[in-house]
Design a protein around this ligand. Structure first.
Ligand SMILES: [Fe+2]
Length: 379
């Protein structure tokens, strides 16, 4: 068997109502003064106040940074770090969607004040430890609570990544109850993103694709494929919410160790230039990239389909099912529907070629001409 490495979060606490235990869980790990890193939407829902009072009841002093925005710019990370340093925080809690969790990971590292943000961009450049860190997702999508990656927006739309096992938190607290109020369109987009993580991880030709990631990807899809529509149609469907949260975490573990490929590579220019949410960007190109891949590499998708969607007729049936599911979830179905013009497509294809770290994992080689053809199909 080919050698591989597999990193993940050492402690995962999963259960409905788990947030009620955040104080008891945090005290021995995070110490007596924590910074909650979150966004204004989560604060408006009352979740921050609730978390704060549970922590305070456990004799933990709480600072709150609630200014995280989607596609977080560098300044957000620097501001949150200053708050942690000035208040001598002993631990960090990320509470929210992928952006809040990504920011919390970086704040935990930078609060050590041994490296600055510019030093740690890239793979394996975090040379130090971090403050103790707990991540509490409120969406089922990014899997950020179990990935060693944080993405930062560095210019108008350019993104940089920090990749290091140091970014894995000490503990991930997954409470499906936190997603009951999530609106349908966010549930749909984040749910499709999570499924793309599993599909791309399974089919990835990255040399570190491994049996653990493949097994997790299969289990993730078995949980999410039958439930995503239930979660979209009935936000309070407890069984669907639990399966989506568990599935998205398992898919996160899968792709953290067997990286994603061309669906994400072609989604990034859509998100970057047109401010389209990450999950929707993925959904818009998903069937078209998979159909392109299926022309030369159908076996891997047929193998996956046999395990997660046995009624689908092989690779083609699998892709058709995914396309239909995206439409049933109410997501937009063409690039033109989100304001992209035909003239934008060549620029997007050129931009997608910058995602070499993702494109090398794709089961079929994909050049700029191919990317343009896929965008035209997706238009
Ligand atoms: Fe993603």
């Amino acid at each position: 068997m080919t050698p591989f490495v597999f990193h993940t979060t050492p402690s995962i606490e999963f259960g409905v109502g788990g947030l009620n235990n955040v104080g008891a869980l945090a005290k021995p790990i995070l110490g007596d003064r924590v910074l909650i890193v979150t966004d204004p939407g989560i604060a408006a829902l009352g979740l921050v106040e609730r978390t704060k009072s549970i922590l305070q009841a456990a004799n933990i002093a709480v600072e709150v940074f609630d200014d995280v925005q989607a596609d977080p710019p560098e300044q957000v990370i620097l501001d949150a770090t200053s708050q942690a340093v000035q208040n001598n925080c002993t631990g960090i809690i990320g509470l929210g969607g992928g952006s809040s969790l990504d920011v919390a990971k970086l704040v935990a590292v930078l609060s050590k004040r041994k490296q600055c943000l510019a030093d740690i961009y890239g793979v394996g450049n975090v040379a130090q430890g971090r403050l103790p860190l707990m991540l509490v997702p409120t969406t089922s999508g990014t899997g950020s609570e179990v990935t060693k990656v944080s993405i930062v927006t560095t210019g108008a739309s350019e993104k940089m990544g920090v990749v290091s096992p140091v970014l894995l938190p000490d503990v991930a607290l997954l409470d499906p109850e936190l997603t009951y109020g999530l609106p349908a369109h966010i549930t749909a987009a984040t749910g499709i993103d999570a499924m793309v993580h599993a599909i791309e991880a399974y089919a990835s030709i990255n040399p570190n694709n491994n049996p653990i990631s493949k097994g997790l990807a299969v289990q993730a899809l078995q949980l999410m494929l039958p439930q995503v529509l239930n979660a979209v149609n009935d936000p309070g469907d407890k069984s669907a919410r639990a399966d989506m949260m568990l599935g998205s975490m398992l898919a996160g573990q899968a792709f953290a160790n067997s990286p994603v490929a061309a669906v994400h590579a072609l989604a990034y220019p859509i998100g970057g230039h047109f401010k389209v949410p990450h999950g929707l960007s993925n959904a818009l190109v998903l069937p078209h990239v998979l159909r392109f891949n299926c022309e030369t590499a159908p076996d891997v998708y047929a193998e996956l389909a046999a395990q997660v969607l046995p009624d689908a007729k092989g690779a083609t049936g699998f892709v058709d099912h995914l396309a239909a599911l995206s439409a049933q979830c109410g997501l937009q179905q063409g690039l033109r529907e989100i304001g992209i013009k035909q003239d934008d497509l060549p620029m997007m294809a050129r931009d997608a070629m910058n995602q070499t770290r993702l494109l090398v994992n794709n089961p079929r080689p994909l050049n700029e001409t191919d990317a343009l053809a896929i965008y035209k199909e997706a238009f």
